[in-house]
Design a protein around this ligand. Structure first.
Ligand SMILES: CC(C)(COP(=O)(O)OP(=O)(O)OC[C@H]1O[C@@H](n2cnc3c(N)ncnc32)[C@H](O)[C@@H]1OP(=O)(O)O)[C@@H](O)C(=O)NCCC(=O)NCCS
Length: 209
C-alpha cells in the first residue's frame, strides 16, 4: 500500500480574525475619552508608576507592581516591544498632563480576535468615572481594529471592578472558581465579556458614563 503523500504546507483555517501586522503596522495610538487622553507610557511616568505600585488597593488586585525606579522604567519600556510583537497594549490615562491611571489590553489572541481589559486608577482620581471612560475608549479602539471578544476578569471580592465591568456593558458570564492567587490566597473570579456585535456601545468618553 502506498504511504500518504508527504505533508505539505500546514494551513490554518479559518484565517485569523486580525491579520498579523494589522496592529503593529501603526504606532500605538493616542486615544481621547472626553477630557481624558490615553497615551503610551513615557519614561517620565516612572514616579507615578512607583506611586501606583505603593497603593494598597492596586497592590492587592494587580499582581504586577514595581518597587524601584529601575523596575518602573523597565515596566514602562516593555510596552513598546509588546505592541510591536502584537501581544499587549497599555495606555496612561492623563488629565491636564497628570497621570490618573492605566488601561491595558492584555494577551492579544489574533486568531480569535480576543484580549483582556485591565485597569487601575490612582486613589485621588477614583469615583469620577475614569476607569469606565478610559476602558470604554480602549474597547472602542479594539473593536474598530477587529477584536471580536474582550474579557474582563476580577476577583469576586472587588465590587468596584464589578461595577466598572457592568457600566462598560461587559456581561457577567460566570465565576471561575479559585482561579487566581492573590497575596491572601486563591480567589474566585468573575468572568465578564463584551462582543464586538453586542448591542449598545461601551462608554466613549461621556463624563457620567
Ligand atoms: C476599580 C477601579 C479601577 C475603579 O476606578 P474608578 O475610576 O474609580 O471607577 P469609576 O469611577 O469609573 O466607577 C467606579 C464605580 O464603582 C463603584 N464602586 C466603588 N467602590 C465600590 C465598592 N466598594 N462597592 C461597590 N461599588 C463600588 C463606584 O460607585 C462607581 O459606580 P457608580 O458610578 O455607579 O457610583 C479603582 O477603584 C482601582 O484602581 N482600584 C484598585 C485597583 C483595581 O481594583 N483594579 C482592577 C483590578 S480587576
Amino acid at each position: 500500500m502506498k504511504r500518504a503523500a508527504t505533508m505539505g504546507t500546514v494551513c490554518s483555517f479559518p484565517s485569523p480574525a486580525i491579520p498579523a501586522g494589522r496592529i503593529s503596522e501603526n504606532a500605538q495610538p493616542v486615544l481621547r475619552a472626553g477630557e481624558l487622553t490615553l497615551r503610551p507610557w513615557l519614561p517620565d511616568d516612572a514616579p507615578v508608576v512607583l506611586r501606583a505600585s505603593a497603593d494598597p488597593a492596586i497592590r492587592r488586585w494587580n499582581r504586577q507592581f514595581t518597587t524601584s525606579s529601575e523596575d518602573a522604567l523597565a515596566w514602562i519600556g516593555q510596552w513598546d516591544d509588546r505592541w510591536r510583537a502584537e501581544k499587549d497594549a497599555s495606555w496612561a490615562v492623563v488629565l491636564d498632563a497628570e497621570v490618573l491611571g492605566r488601561v491595558s489590553l492584555r494577551g492579544f489572541d489574533l486568531g480569535d480576535g480576543a484580549a483582556q481589559v485591565t485597569y487601575w486608577v490612582l486613589p485621588a482620581a477614583r469615583g469620577r468615572g475614569v476607569a469606565v471612560r478610559a476602558a470604554g475608549q480602549v474597547a472602542h479602539w479594539a473593536f474598530d481594529v477587529g477584536f471580536h471578544r474582550l474579557e474582563l476578569v476580577h476577583s469576586v471580592a472587588n465590587p468596584a471592578s464589578c461595577r466598572v465591568a457592568g457600566k462598560l456593558g461587559f456581561a457577567l458570564e460566570g465565576t471561575l472558581r479559585s482561579a487566581v492567587r492573590h497575596e491572601d490566597g486563591w480567589h474566585d473570579m468573575h468572568l465578564h465579556a463584551r462582543l464586538a456585535d453586542d448591542g449598545g456601545t461601551p462608554a466613549r468618553g461621556e463624563p457620567d458614563a
